[in-house]
Structures are given as structure tokens and as C-alpha cells.
Design a protein around this ligand. Structure first.
Ligand code: ATP
Ligand code: MG
Length: 651
């Protein structure tokens, strides 16, 4: 990571953007939150938990940290998570409010009110109970982005049966290993879905997974989505419409302990083999609701919210299901790809439903930049008020494009840093309060404590790059890794005893704002200089011809490591004889000569996880001429072959 104090790669992005006074005057979040949390952190969280959630039994202690790093939040409190997400809104008189505006890829739509959602969840809970699912039993959910995915998760929560959602694009093997790890009793799936205008299938992967193992599974509940033919195992397979359709609408929800397990979810696998993260009920829901409300400036009676994440990822858990529904917000759920039937599909949805708050990932924003402004330009996006980003550092150039082209240079853009492990957002500006800074996630949210430290764990001064740590426990923190308490301690709490090691590099700038620099595993050391992947990638993306960039360190005889870059050019840009030379010079100017890539390769695609993150470890395998490592969470394994073929040609 470089020693420069100025931020590299900001290109045409403004350095800072002040809150709009009109927005600030109406903002949900107030600066006083910071003060309150600084004065009495636990008192602050207790207030959030009591105000945002409905408890059957109030808690007697906010945090029990005596068994650190195993936390207990809201000790003695009891609640039902599903009741908090649906039933109580109906009881409060908001049953007619739309919970989900569902749009399928082929264009079919369903409008589901809170009252309808509550009835669906109760029926599904009855159906699962009839299959023998009881509190504590695990249920695997392998579904596309259809309303039944939300209903299934909430039905599990209602019964106190932890769910393990497995992304619908994963293979039978990935599914089997996750079912086996959690020893799930029931799998909920569907016949298939739609992708890029074509029907897909999911049930065959479940059949294949169960043929090879997973003996814990007694039943498979199958939603009919696209009518594709399915094989049927009598006695095991049950149609959702039969079971849920026949089930009664009456279901008495039980209150569970605040620490009752809510779900298991595996990380993206960007840095290695996915880890089974365990989340519990009260603290998780409290922080999910608190962050959804304040970071997105949400008022349930006003907003139409849309988070584009799949429920297979933690973002889909916290910011499609639990956070927004706990608040009683209206949201859009879209099944398909952003370019079907054309590259303006997302923007047509924003216009059609009057979306006010949009939450997506940098990879999607860069893809839209690559496609060009004409697609968003076809639609009226004036309903948008807040834009959010999550998943990777957002390059300042992409931030500026997002605000200008999607947000009409008017909306705040919130860059939210968090992880599957943290359960909810941790570092982010508050819209209307924080002066925004493109490229930086900026400040820990009120109630959250983060620091940037050196190898020895000492806090670093401004401009110095080190490791991001969280110095205090937080309500939605993971409670462990499923079935492996020691690995939890070793992975997160041993590098810097007493503090949570996030695995990300970071630095604070002169204003104290935090910049995420990429994963610690990806940091490069060139002639003794530590260089950040995020900074060099942002420098490359700030060049007008570059749409996306991935940078890795490859072993080099003279410099220890050398910077190797992979770039995708923007739509229309041609690779010329001087492209590579020009890009090297550009990085030299933006950051310094030491950061100039040794080689730059123009590619058509980058290897990404299914959640859209660049998998640098695979590019490092290419750059160092090794066989490619674990690719099970890669979107398209053939991307690696294409890159390898090109690499041989250019070197
Ligand atoms: P694995 O842990 O299996 O390697 P993963 O870390 O990609 O997978 P997630 O929990 O989905 O799994 O992602 C969290 C990581 O994503 C963070 O540690 C960070 O590296 C990155 N990240 C998320 N949001 C941001 C952000 N706003 N800015 C920078 N990085 C981010
Ligand atoms: Mg991780």
C-alpha cells in the first residue's frame, strides 16, 4: 500500500460531496446518533433493539461478553423474528402495504401485501412443521429470486429452524457439501427459473446432491416456477403448492431466545474455501433494521426500496429479507439478469415501480458503465433518492458515474463496508449527515468501533496503510463458524487478541476517513513497498478507456513481487498498440512509478465469484503459471481458460 496521502485514481470524481441541505433537513439519520453511541455504546444498542423490534420478553442485559469472543446480546430477551418481519406490521394496520413487487424475468409480476405475506409465511410454517421440522432443525433453501425464497426463509425463522440458503447458481456438489455441513432435514427448491430469456433447472442439482450423500434430508419441498419437467422421488419430494396450499393460515408463533440460531450462511469464497457463518436472532435483526433505516434513509410509508442482491448472499439476507421487512418497507424483487431482454431492464424497473433507494454492487455499476449511458438514459430515474454500494471497494470513477448517471448528480451514494461475518453494515456514511467522499467507506456507523492497525496491532496515523480491525463486539456479529468453534477463534480473534481481524487492508486519510484497500491476502510487496490492489485498480479505471481492472502481485526475481494487471476496456474502446504503454504511464502518474504494472493484459472477462467479486487468487495462479485453484464459487470457469490462452499469446 502506497504512502501517498492524496487518493489515487480519483480521475474525474469530486474529492468530496456535501450533503444537500434539503435532504439533510428531512434525513432519517441525525448526527446526534454518533454522540449518543460514543457516550453510551451499549445503551445506544439497547435503545435501537427496543425501538426497532417487538420483544415478547424484554432483555435484562445488553451484552454478555464474559465468554469472549463468543458474545451474547440482549440476554434474556425473547422474540420471533418472522413476527417482527411481517405479522406485527399487519397488526399495526399496515397489512395493505405492498411488501414485495415481484417481477419475473419473462415479465410476469406479483404484488404481495404484508397481510398476504404474513398468511403465506404462516402456511409455509405449518407445511414445514407437518414435514417434521422443529425448532433447531436445519433447512436448506436452494431457490432463485422468487417470493417463495423470502417466504421459505421467514417460515424457517418462524419455527426457529435455522436456514442455510445456497445460491441457486451453485452446482450439485457445492449444494451437497453445504447440506451435509449443516445436516439439513428438508431442502426447499423449485423446478427451475429463467436466465437470459431461457428456462433453467434447479431440481436436478438437488437430486444429484442427494443421490451422492446428504442422508440427513428426509423431504424436498418443490416450488413450481417455470414448469420444466422434474424427476420425482415418491415419499421424499413434495410440491410446495400441495403442501403449502393445503396448510392452514393459523399458526401460533413461539418466541425464541435472542441467541437462538437464525441461519447459517457460507461466505463468497473469494479468498479460499467458504466458511459457514452462524447468525442468531435478536442482535442480528436489531442491527439489520437499524442500518437499513439509517443508511438508506428509509420511511416505510414513503419509499420503494430495491436491493439487487440474491438471497444466496448475506446482502440478500440482511437487506432483502430481514432489514427491510423488519421495518415494513415496500420493495422490488427481480428474478433475472440486468440485460434481459435488453441492457436497460434494471432502469425500466426503477421507472416502473418508482424505486427511491437502490442498493447494488460495484461490479454491476462497472458493467453498466461499460454498456454505456444510453440504457439508463432511456428511463425516468427521478424517483431515486439514495444509492448504495456493497461488496468491493467502489472505484471513485464508478462512484462518480453512479451518482451522475443514475442519481442525476443529486442523490447521496453510500459505500457500505461489511461482511457475511459482520451480519450488517459496519462502516458507511450516513446520507444527509456525512460529507461524502467517493472511494471511501468513511466512518464506522454509530455504535460500531473500528481501527486501522499495523502488524503489531498498534493504531496507525493518517495515510498509513494497515489492517482493519473491529475493536468492540456488535449486535449482528457472527456467533461462530458452524460446528467449528476453534476455527472461529483462530480466524478472527487470534491475529490481534481481543480484536476482530476482518482480513481487509485499510488506511485512514487526513480527515480520518477509512479507505478499504483490498484483502490482506492480495496485498503486493514490490521492492519493499506495499501496494494496494484497490488503489491501482482505481487508477486504471480512472483512465477513460478502462471499464474494469484487476491487479495481482506475481513473484518476480528482482522486485520480489511485480504488479500484473488485467483490464476490460469500455464499450467501443479498441486495444491499440499503445494502450498498454499509456495505461502504465497513467498508473505511474496517478500513484507513482513503483505502482506501474509489469504487464497489463486486455481481457474480455474477469473471474468473479457468483456474488460478483473479482477472484484475484485465480489471476495470481495465472500470473505465476500455476494450475488454477478452487473454482467452485466462480460464475464461469471457462473465463480462466480464455485468460490463460490470451496470457500465453501476450508474453
Ligand atoms: P471469503 O471470506 O470466503 O473469501 P468474501 O470475503 O468475498 O469471501 P463476503 O462476506 O461476501 O465474502 O464479502 C466480504 C468482503 O467483501 C469484505 O471483507 C471486503 O473485502 C469486501 N467488501 C464488502 N463491502 C465492501 C466495501 N464497501 N468496500 C470495500 N470492500 C468491501
Ligand atoms: Mg471474507
Amino acid at each position: 500500500m502506497t504512502d501517498t496521502t492524496s487518493q489515487a485514481g480519483t480521475g474525474h470524481a469530486p474529492r468530496t460531496v456535501d450533503p444537500d441541505p434539503d435532504f439533510a433537513a428531512q434525513a432519517v439519520a441525525q448526527a446526534a446518533l454518533y454522540e449518543e453511541a460514543d457516550t453510551d455504546r451499549l445503551g445506544f444498542w439497547a435503545r435501537q433493539a427496543r425501538e426497532l423490534l417487538t420483544w415478547d420478553t424484554d432483555f435484562t442485559q445488553t451484552l454478555d461478553w464474559s465468554g469472549a469472543p463468543f458474545a451474547k446480546w440482549f440476554v434474556g430477551g425473547r422474540l420471533n423474528v418472522a413476527v417482527n418481519c411481517v405479522d406485527r406490521h399487519v397488526e399495526a394496520g399496515d397489512g395493505d402495504r405492498v411488501a414485495l413487487h415481484f417481477e419475473g424475468e419473462p415479465g410476469d409480476t406479483r404484488t404481495i401485501t404484508y397481510a398476504e405475506l404474513a398468511a403465506d409465511v404462516r402456511r409455509a410454517a405449518n407445511a414445514l412443521a407437518a414435514l417434521g421440522v422443529q425448532a433447531g432443525d436445519r433447512v436448506a433453501i436452494y431457490l432463485p429470486m422468487i417470493p417463495e425464497a423470502v417466504v421459505a426463509m421467514l417460515a424457517c425463522a418462524r419455527l426457529g429452524a435455522p436456514h442455510s440458503v445456497v445460491f441457486g447458481g451453485f452446482s450439485a456438489d457445492a449444494l451437497r457439501s453445504r447440506i451435509e455441513d449443516a445436516e439439513a432435514k428438508v431442502v426447499i427448491t423449485c423446478d427451475g427459473s429463467y436466465r437470459r430469456g431461457k428456462p433453467t433447472t434447479l431440481k436436478p442439482a438437488v437430486d444429484a446432491a442427494l443421490a451422492k450423500g446428504a442422508p440427513s434430508v428426509t423431504n424436498v419441498l418443490v416450488v413450481r416456477r417455470n414448469g420444466e419437467a422434474v424427476d420425482w422421488t415418491e415419499g421424499r419430494d413434495v410440491w410446495w403448492h400441495d403442501a403449502v396450499g393445503a396448510a392452514g393460515e393459523e399458526h401460533e408463533a413461539q418466541a425464541f431466545d435472542a441467541e437462538h440460531p437464525l441461519y447459517i450462511l457460507y461466505t463468497s469464497g473469494t479468498t479460499g474455501k467458504p466458511k459457514g457463518i452462524l447468525h442468531t436472532s435478536g442482535g442480528y435483526l436489531a442491527q439489520a433494521a437499524y442500518t437499513t433505516k439509517n443508511v438508506f434513509d428509509l420511511r416505510p410509508e414513503r419509499d420503494v426500496y430495491w436491493c439487487t442482491a440474491d438471497v444466496g448472499w448475506v446482502t440478500g439476507h440482511s437487506y432483502v429479507v430481514y432489514g427491510p421487512l423488519a421495518l415494513g418497507v415496500t420493495q422490488v424483487v427481480y428474478e433475472g439478469t440486468p440485460d434481459t431482454p435488453d441492457k436497460d431492464r434494471w432502469w425500466s424497473l426503477v421507472e416502473k415501480y418508482g424505486v427511491t433507494v437502490l442498493y447494488t454492487a460495484p461490479t454491476a455499476i462497472r458493467t453498466c458503465m461499460k454498456w454505456g449511458e444510453e440504457y439508463p438514459g432511456r428511463h425516468d430515474l427521478s424517483s431515486l433518492r439514495v444509492l448504495g454500494s456493497v461488496g468491493e471497494p467502489i472505484n471513485p470513477e464508478a462512484w462518480a458515474w453512479y451518482r451522475r448517471v443514475i442519481g442525476a448528480d443529486r442523490t447521496p451514494v453510500v459505500d457500505t463496508w461489511w461482511q457475511t461475518e459482520t451480519g450488517a453494515m459496519m462502516i458507511s456514511p450516513l446520507p444527509g449527515v456525512t460529507t461524502l467522499k467517493p472511494g471511501s467507506a468513511q466512518v464506522p456507523l454509530p455504535g460500531v468501533a473500528a481501527e486501522v492497525v499495523d502488524d503489531a496491532g498498534e493504531p496507525l496515523g493518517h495515510g498509513q496503510a494497515g489492517y482493519l480491525v473491529l475493536t468492540e463486539p456488535w449486535p449482528s456479529m457472527l456467533r461462530g463458524l458452524w460446528g467449528d468453534p476453534q476455527r472461529y477463534v483462530d480466524t478472527y480473534w487470534s491475529r490481534f487478541p481481543g480484536r476482530y481481524f476482518a482480513g481487509d487492508g485499510a488506511k485512514r486519510d487526513e480527515d480520518g476517513d477509512i479507505w478499504l484497500l483490498g484483502r490482506v491476502d492480495d496485498v503486493m510487496n514490490v521492492s519493499g513497498h506495499r501496494l494496494s490492489t484497490a488503489e491501482i485498480e482505481s487508477a486504471l479505471v480512472s483512465h477513460p478507456t478502462v471499464a474494469e481492472a484487476a491487479v495481482v502481485g506475481a513473484t518476480d526475481e528482482t522486485t520480489g513481487q511485480a504488479v500484473v494487471a488485467f483490464v476490460i476496456l469500455r464499450g467501443g474502446a479498441q486495444e491499440g498498440p499503445d494502450t498498454v504503454r499509456e495505461l502504465r504511464e497513467h498508473v505511474g502518474q496517478e500513484i507513482g512509478p513503483i505502482a506501474k504494472p509489469r504487464s497489463i493484459m486486455v481481457v474480455a472477462e474477469l473471474p468473479k465469484t457468483r456474488s460478483g467479486k473479482i477472484m484475484r487468487r485465480l489471476l495470481r495462479d495465472v500470473a505465476e503459471n500455476r494450475a488454477t485453484g478452487d473454482v467452485t464459487t466462480l460464475t464461469d470457469a471457462s473465463v480462466m481458460d480464455t485468460i490463460r490462452a490470451g496470457m500465453t499469446r501476450s508474453e
